[in-house]
Design a protein around this ligand. Structure first.
Ligand code: GUN
Length: 300
């Protein structure tokens, strides 16, 4: 039987509706408006389009939102001072510095200068440490892993006691999602294996997975014979494999391919995320969720 297709587009829209309601109630009851600033250095076209999408969503949810564009040649000191200004601004609950930054700026120094309690990307070491401890310590979950967890839970897959295999050990997906799923509690409590470029036989691990999460950045890496029949497959890969002309706009758009051989895998898996339309739409939504949470935490 063909797999159920897990629509990130639909689940993200559902969560955004929930958030919109929550924001409206917060405003009415306590006058609090979640505030988000997105800082963009330079004009990298992909970054411009990501930041525009983030601002558009923030606006739709009723946030107080600022798009702060800075020139490519801004000094590191000026950028750090700008972040400090937003760290101290009580109307701002979330600060996002769009990556990548120009080469003359130390990315780590910049990310570490964001107040961890306004770090809605959850890239700060303090937030990664909180995530590792788990439970009440956690303030913000990194957006892509949080989106993956929501997709699994809202699709009705039981994580408790499940064999989860994560392919890839990046700091923004593989390591955090592995940590999140091994915590105690709802949407977690799994037995987690992380495989990577140093793993001897990746396929043998994948074949045991009840839930297979692939974030390797290699188009079509996971073959159908690596998938356990009925498994839940989450494909985080967004690989540009060419260009095509959009039927809607007549302009060239990238052809995107996931890390899983989707057409073959959907005949074996129980459920699978498509690319695009799977994990991608969840990431911005979870950024919004973190900003709403931050506004609440700041209100005390
Ligand atoms: N660049 C690409 N993805 C991201 C993201 O999730 N956060 C930030 N800050 N920059 C990015």
């Amino acid at each position: 039987m063909a797999a159920k297709i897990i629509s990130g587009t639909e689940i993200a829209a559902q969560i955004r509706e929930e958030l919109k309601k929550e924001v409206s109630e917060m405003k009415d009851k306590s006058g609090i408006i979640p505030g988000l600033v997105t800082i963009l250095v330079g004009k990298n076209p992909a970054s411009v389009s990501y930041v525009t999408a983030k601002q558009k969503t923030a606006h739709e949810l009723g946030f107080y939102s600022i798009q702060d564009d800075q020139p490519e040649d801004i000094s590191e000191t000026d950028l750090l001072n700008l972040i400090d200004k937003y760290n101290k601004d009580p109307k701002i609950h979330g600060i996002l510095v769009q990556l990548p930054l120009p080469r003359h700026i130390d990315e780590k120094k910049v990310l570490n200068s964001i107040d961890p309690d306004k770090d809605v990307d959850a890239f700060h070491p303090v937030n990664l440490g909180r995530l590792m401890i788990g439970g009440d310590e956690v303030k913000f979950l990194p957006c892509t892993p949080a989106g993956i967890q929501e997709l699994i839970v809202r699709s009705g897959f039981e994580t408790s006691g499940a064999e989860v295999v994560v392919v890839g050990r990046s700091n923004i997906v593989g390591k955090p999602i592995a940590n999140m799923l091994l915590q105690k509690g709802k949407g977690a409590n799994a037995t987690v294996t992380v495989v990577h470029t140093g793993t001897k036989d990746i396929a043998s691990h994948c074949k045991r997975a009840d839930i297979l999460i692939v974030a390797a950045g290699v188009p079509g890496l996971v073959k159908p014979e690596w998938i356990k029949p009925g498994a839940c497959v989450i494909d985080v890969g967004v690989n540009r494999v060419g260009e095509k002309i959009s039927e809607k706009t007549g302009k060239p758009v990238p052809i995107l391919k996931g890390d899983v051989d989707f057409d073959a895998a959907k005949e074996i898996a129980g459920a699978i995320t498509p690319v695009p339309g799977g994990v991608g739409p969840m990431t911005i939504t979870m950024l919004m969720k973190n900003t709403v949470k931050s506004a609440k935490l700041h209100a005390g």
